[in-house]
Design a protein around this ligand. Structure first.
Ligand code: SAH
Ligand code: SF4
Ligand code: F3S
Length: 486
């Protein structure tokens, strides 16, 4: 999941993000290690959708591990298979339906196998999933993961189970995620969304917005640093509306407190909403070197009329003004965005406005999507009147344009030296190359020989930040050679 190109231009691309004792005085339990007995039943979790789901899967594993389940990364070995699903577009749901068909074979081979659907589709499809897909034993929504061990245990005894209530308060604050060891960690700082963009299913699948307290998040960041993590990403659907009600602190305060508490840690966040991207937040980002200079700021459309129909609460002028302020404070800050093409009633001229805005702003990368009607949303009631072929034409047009822009921006990096946080072997050439990221979130691939002596001789290890001289660039990544390792 980390070896993704920065430019993520197609519909098919990824979006792109423990029941421990009650907590006292903001003290989290020490980092949990998966524990298991030899006879423990094995759990396999497969995660789809955004980083919030990746983070939630770590909560799910933690809750199940505390109840005695061992983790496996092989579905063939599993006694329980849970799919943590996404409902953002029809394509995302189609993938899950296909996966469930596959899982039928596993179930034939292993009679006692329990199959569960978690996450956003669980919330949308509820019992329909269990009725029409005989294979599904358990359906559990994003706010009900504490109940998973009990529901799965009942399913093991033959009783199907469903829990899909949304909560106004659940933040899993006392549950320490069972993270995969590595360089980067996710910290979920809030849940839900109150924005109700007319195209979006998230407010319905994730419920009302609620934030965790600031002190515990900062403590978690410190513990992650102590555990060896070098980068954290603070997660929420709209982090700009983060609020610790008790302390009266906002997202900029949280970012500042975190940056101070772990001054060597790289800090990222996702996602921002242009409506409430405040000056205070931008100034805070500029002030601390360890806050990465990269902002994902979804604009969705370049037409004010379409933005209004989407209920986005800002105009193109406001968006451009926010970008001016960002660039005034941080001239080298990288920017990416999300675009929806073919929203109901979008005309060819309005699409042109989106393309023109993208050409003017010159984003480093963009995630571009065909509009997909979602039942229950306001836009669902509007006629999906842009023909599919026309949507695809519009999408291809802006993908091509963005490829050129990303390529031009990346070509300019050739000859420069970038600070790169080393993440590990490159997916494509694991034997001969490693990869890492710049603080502007660009992937950099560089030669590395993986035998033991050569690794030692290289003088750096995964998690180090090293200097790489950039020698080549493509729209999706940079290539370079190690210059110095300190
Ligand atoms: N909370 C984030 C976005 C989460 S969903 C934000 O507001 O920025 C990620 C992206 O999926 C959205 O920005 C939007 O571009 C896209 N998206 C959401 N619903 C969609 C739909 N019904 N059809 C097509 N794209 C959609
Ligand atoms: Fe969806 Fe809008 Fe909330 Fe983002 S801000 S999750 S697009 S409703
Ligand atoms: Fe994320 Fe998909 Fe749900 S984008 S919030 S997993 S609908």
């Amino acid at each position: 999941m980390f070896d993704l190109p920065v430019l993520n231009a197609s519909e098919t691309s990824l979006e792109s993000h423990l029941l421990s004792p009650t907590l006292h005085d903001n003290v989290l339990q020490s980092s949990p290690k998966p524990h298991s007995s030899p006879n423990a039943r094995k759990l396999y979790v497969e995660t789809y959708g955004c980083q919030m789901n990746v983070s939630d899967s770590e909560i799910v594993k933690s809750v199940m591990n505390q109840s005695g389940y061992a983790m496996t990364d092989k579905p063939d070995d599993a006694d329980v298979i849970l799919l943590n699903t996404c409902a953002i577009r029809e394509n995302a749901e189609r993938k899950i339906h296909e996966r469930l068909m596959h899982l039928k074979f596993y179930k034939k081979r292993r009679r006692n196998l329990v199959v569960g659907v978690l996450g956003c589709m669980a919330e949308r499809m509820r019992d329909e999933l269990m009725e029409t897909k005989q294979i599904v034993d358990v359906v559990v929504g994003p706010d009900e993961y504490r109940k998973l061990p009990e529901i799965v245990a009942r399913a093991e005894a033959g009783e199907k189970g469903i829990a899909v209530k949304l909560s106004r308060v659940e933040t899993y604050d006392d549950i320490e995620p069972l993270r995969t060891e590595g360089v980067s960690a996710w910290i979920s700082i809030m849940r839900g969304c109150d924005k109700f963009c007319t195209f979006c299913v998230v407010p319905f699948t994730r419920g009302r917005e609620r934030s965790r307290g600031l002190p515990l998040i900062v403590t978690e960041a410190q513990q992650l640093w102590d555990a060896g993590f070098k980068e954290i990403t603070l997660l929420g659907q709209n982090v700009n509306s983060y609020r610790d009600e008790g302390a009266g602190t906002d997202f900029a305060d949280l970012l500042k407190a975190t940056a101070r508490a772990v001054p060597q840690m790289r800090i990222r966040y996702s996602t921002s909403h242009p409506y409430d991207m405040s000056d205070k937040l931008i100034a805070t980002m500029a002030e601390y070197d360890n806050i990465c200079k990269y902002i994902h700021l979804p604009v969705q459309s370049g037409s004010d009329r379409v933005l209004e129909a989407m209920n986005r609460h800002y105009t193109v002028a406001h968006y451009k003004e926010r970008l001016r302020t960002i660039r005034d404070f941080m001239p080298h800050c990288a920017l990416s965005t999300d675009i929806i093409v073919g929203f109901p009633t979008e005309t060819a001229d309005e699409h042109r406005m989106t393309a023109d805005l993208m050409a003017e702003v010159r984003f480093d990368g963009a995630f571009m999507f065909l509009y997909s009607p979602r039942e229950g949303t306001k836009a669902w009631k509007m006629e999906d009147d842009v023909p599919h072929d026309e949507k695809v034409r519009r999408l291809n047009e802006i993908i091509a344009q963005q490829q050129d822009i990303s390529n031009e921006i990346n070509q300019r990096a050739i000859g420069t030296t970038e600070r790169v946080l080393v993440e590990g072997p490159s997916r494509r050439n694991p034997e001969t190359a490693w990869f890492g990221r710049t603080d502007t979130n660009k992937i950099v691939v560089f030669p590395h020989v993986t035998n033991q002596e050569a690794s030692v001789a290289a003088g750096y290890v995964i998690g180090d930040t090293i200097n790489i001289r950039i020698t080549k660039a493509s729209p999706a990544m940079l290539t370079g050679v190690v210059e110095t390792i300190s």
